[in-house]
Design a protein around this ligand. Structure first.
Ligand code: ADP
Length: 247
């Protein structure tokens, strides 16, 4: 196992040790991750004893019936949810021990997230929504302009750049959501049903884009119901009732 364990702790990862991207070192490693909600006098578990490793350069699909916990798991991987127990190491950083500020910095630096319900900022234009991840990373304005122009062009949404999300169809908002996730070339793209609202041609283009980014080294984890989309990946993690099913 890549993550060293200190003598007095069973925790994954150690913030003091820089992470080395070697082919066998997991980029994301979860052990005993659980999430539950209060229900009556007890708890309803949404995720149980999750233990998974995702290596750099993998393209993983999370599949399973509705309500199995797929989105919940993706939001934990993406550091959007901190209300869980267990251990999660991201690039060697023990997420379960990090303060919120450090989690947020890691998220902004390394993760692009495509939300099922888009989560675009309503008061920003398409251009400004796509530009946002670059501004978190201190990219100069002139460079930002050229990167965003390129992405708008690649996604065929140049004509929409000054519109607000409420002026777009669901499919257009989803495209902007994917554009925002990839614009800053993150190490990891996490995508929750990224093609759910796209017609089949657009869906194929997004999956081809993901394949291209993956071939260039981006690690991708998608939640999907589509066997066609899953076929773009190299591995499927199946969830059922909050448990990972044996492969
Ligand atoms: P999937 O993505 O596989 O469809 P989700 O991760 O969205 O599943 O949800 C997993 C389970 O967690 C569902 O049964 C859902 O009802 C439950 N759940 C999600 N949020 C809450 C909440 N705030 N309170 C109680 N249960 C919740």
């Amino acid at each position: 196992m890549f993550f060293k364990r200190s003598a007095d702790s069973t925790a994954l990862g150690n913030a003091a040790e820089p992470w080395e991207a070697t082919p066998d070192a997991p980029l994301m490693s979860l052990r005993g991750v659980e999430k539950s909600f209060p229900a009556g006098a007890g708890q309803t578990f949404v995720l149980r004893r999750i233990a998974i490793d995702i290596k750099p350069g993998e393209f993983v699909s999370i599949m399973g019936p509705s309500g199995a916990g797929k989105s919940t798991l993706l939001h934990i991987l993406g550091l959007h949810d901190s209300a869980w127990s267990g251990e999660y190491a991201l690039m060697g950083q023990p997420i379960h021990k990090l303060p919120a500020k450090e989690r947020s910095a890691l998220q902004k630096r390394h993760i692009g997230f495509v939300f099922q319900s888009y989560h675009l900022l309503d008061n920003l234009t398409v251009y400004e929504n796509i530009e946002l991840p670059l501004s978190y990373r201190n990219v100069k304005k002139s460079e930002r302009q050229s990167i965003v122009a390129d992405v708008l062009d690649r996604f065929g949404i140049v004509a929409k750049k000054d519109l607000y999300p409420s002026q777009l169809s669901g499919g257009q908002q989803q495209l902007v959501g994917v554009a925002r996730a990839v614009v800053a070339s993150p190490a990891v793209i996490l995508a929750d049903e990224p093609t759910g609202n796209l017609h089949s041609g657009q869906a194929q283009e997004i999956m081809e884009l993901f394949r291209h980014l993956n071939q260039q080294g981006t690690t991708i984890v998608q939640v999907t119901h589509s066997e066609t989309n899953a076929a773009y990946g190299n591995r499927v993690i199946r969830l059922r009732d909050g448990f990972v099913e044996a492969p």
